[in-house]
Every structure is written in C-alpha cells, then in structure tokens.
Design a protein around this ligand. Structure first.
Ligand SMILES: Nc1nc2c(ncn2[C@@H]2O[C@H](COP(=O)(O)OP(=O)(O)OP(=O)(O)O)[C@@H](O)[C@H]2O)c(=O)[nH]1
Ligand SMILES: [Mg+2]
Length: 310
C-alpha cells in the first residue's frame, strides 16, 4: 500500500569507479538481485533503481555505471558516463564508493576517483563509502578514509563490506540523516522499478560477462523480444536476442556445436526461474549488428533514454 503516513525519504545516487562494488551493495540492501555483478569492470550500463524500505525510512537508490575518465570514443561509453553524473544531479545525496583494496593511501587518492569528485554536482552532499573492508587490514581502511577526507569535504563517511553486509546497517542509519520527512514515495513491498524485460535481459548479459573472456562481453547487448506474463502461466516463455558487433564474435558466443550458448542459456534460465518462482523456457538467438554501440535505436531499446537534460 502506498500510505500517506509520515516517512523519511530520499533519493541517493551510488557513484564510483568500475568494480568498486556499487551493484553488490544495492543487491545486499534490497535483498534481491536487481543489479548484475561480475568481477569485470563496467558491468552496469544503465541506471538501476533499488528501493530500501525501513520502518520509518524509504531510500530510493540509483546504481550507476562505473565512471572512467577514459574516452573510448563510443556512444555507449559516453552515454554511460553521462548517465552516472545525471543520476548524481537528480539525487538528494550521493553515495561515493571507493574500493579500499585498490587504494594506496600513502600516495594520495586514486586518479579516477579524483576525476569523479571534481565533477560531482557542488551542492549535493557526498557520503564516502570505503568498500571491501573484508579484503584488507583495518589500518588500510582508516588511512584510505583519512586521505579521502583530506582531499574532499564529505558530509559523512562509512566503512563497509557490500559482499558480507558488514557496516551496511550503520551506513543506512547515516544516510537517514540526509532524508527528509514526507510521504512515502513507493509502495513498501516494491524494491525496484525495473521492468521484467530489462531484468531478464540483464541476467542474460551477466552470464555472457561471466562466460566470455576478455573484451568480448563489452561487444554484446541483449534484447528481450517476447515474454509471456509469468503471473498467468505456469511456464514463462522468453525469446531473447544477443547482439554482437562482428561475425567472428557470433562464433565465440555460440561455441563448439553451440556449447557456450547452451551454458549461458542454462545459467540464465536458472536465475530467471529463481526470480519469478516458476519454470522458464528460454530461447536465445545470436545476431550480428555491426557497431551496435553507436546505434541510438538499439541503445534506446536496451533502456537508454536519449534526452539527459531533464
Ligand atoms: N571482497 C569483496 N569483494 C566485493 C565487495 N563488493 C563487491 N565485490 C566484488 O567486486 C566485483 C565488482 O562488483 P560490482 O558490484 O559488480 O561492482 P560495480 O561497482 O557495480 O562495477 P561496475 O558495474 O562495473 O561499475 C565483484 O566481483 C564483487 O563480488 C566486498 O565488499 N568485498
Ligand atoms: Mg555495477
């Protein structure tokens, strides 16, 4: 129910370099896998919204693509960076993620992190989150936080492990201070506003990222063509297309006698079944679409809006 009772609420943008654990954090706090996670950088491509529902607080988080200063010259990369900064523009506060395991506090803050901090909207409070504390000694965490605080005027700071959940409750309590009283924004049983087609295409993309080596995952995009309503059928039937940029990539995605595609399909099917709690029939097609990452039509189809200036 969308009640009118007084709640504290706020919009938070999760910002950071690729691989800092932003999506892992979002999944941990909404207790559902709504944003895909892989060990590869630049996994997230869109703004993914996840809603934290506490007793008296609702925080609408936007997970964003990791920001890099490198210009890959592709429309896709430009749009991804713009997306992340626009999420910070739209938010009440920014949660800035730093992977402590990649930091060298004795040398100052990371170059890429400095680039992001310099470009964040000046009036929005920024909360520093030192993530992956499970992977390093406590002293490194303290030194990292100290060097970042010296560089930038953070509104608050927290140390967490998004993976095992350590410190996430304290972080939520800290973020509550930046929420404002007001009516609740979304029904409290809602944890994402992602549409089914998008969630399913992202699951398939995650399996491609995990299965394919090196650069190839960056050359794929997934669209869901058909999906029967899972609420009215016992079996959910999904037709999806994997778009690759070159003919040779099609062969790699298919694998010997279709073995790679088979593996990707089975792993994706299992996750989709878990998400919807029903049996799933998944048909995957592979299509060569040259330079898809420069095509507005396809980027819009996979969830990018053209107009960033809202
Ligand atoms: N040890 C450890 N690993 C973590 C933690 N959080 C995330 N990871 C791992 O870091 C990798 C990247 O995590 P993601 O959540 O995909 O990172 P991201 O910031 O969303 O990355 P992009 O979408 O590429 O910007 C994955 O292998 C995660 O399992 C953590 O707290 N501890
Ligand atoms: Mg991500």
């Amino acid at each position: 129910m969308l009640g009118n009772e007084l709640k504290y609420s706020g919009f938070a943008a999760i910002i950071g370099v690729p691989n800092s654990g932003k999506s892992t954090f979002l999944n941990t706090i909404v207790q559902s896998k709504i944003s895909i996670v892989t060990p590869k950088a630049q996994t997230t491509r869109n703004k993914i919204r996840g809603i934290y529902n506490g007793e008296d607080t609702q925080i609408v988080f936007t997970d964003t693509p990791g920001i890099t200063s490198t210009d890959f010259g592709k429309l896709l990369n430009n749009w991804m960076n713009k997306y992340s900064f626009s999420a910070a523009q739209d938010a009440d506060f920014t949660v800035f993620f730093v992977d402590v395991s990649t930091q060298h506090p004795e040398k100052g803050i990371g170059e890429e992190e400095a680039h992001i901090l310099k470009n964040l909207p000046p009036k929005t409070p920024v909360i520093l989150v030192a993530n992956k504390i499970d992977a390093v000694k406590p002293m490194r965490v303290d030194d990292t936080i100290a060097v970042y605080k010296k560089h930038f005027n953070f509104a608050a700071s927290c140390a967490i492990s998004a993976k095992d959940g350590t410190g996430t409750e304290e972080l939520i309590n800290t973020l509550k201070q930046f929420c404002k009283p007001g009516p609740q924004l979304f029904p409290e049983d809602m944890y994402t506003d992602q549409e089914d087609n998008f969630l399913v295409s992202e699951i398939i993309r995650e399996k491609l990222f995990l299965e394919l080596s090196q650069e190839l995952p960056y050359s794929v995009v997934v669209t869901v063509e058909k999906m029967h309503d899972h609420r009215t059928k016992d079996i959910l039937l999904v037709d999806a297309t994997i778009h690759v940029a070159r003919d040779s990539q099609k062969g790699i995605v298919l694998g010997k006698k279709g073995a790679t595609l088979g593996k990707i399909g089975s792993a994706a099917r299992r996750d989709i079944e878990e998400l919807y709690g029903c049996q799933v029939g998944l048909n995957l097609f592979v299509r060569v679409e040259e330079k898809w990452f420069d095509k507005e039509r396809l980027l819009q189809k996979v969830g990018f809006e053209k107009d960033f200036d809202r």
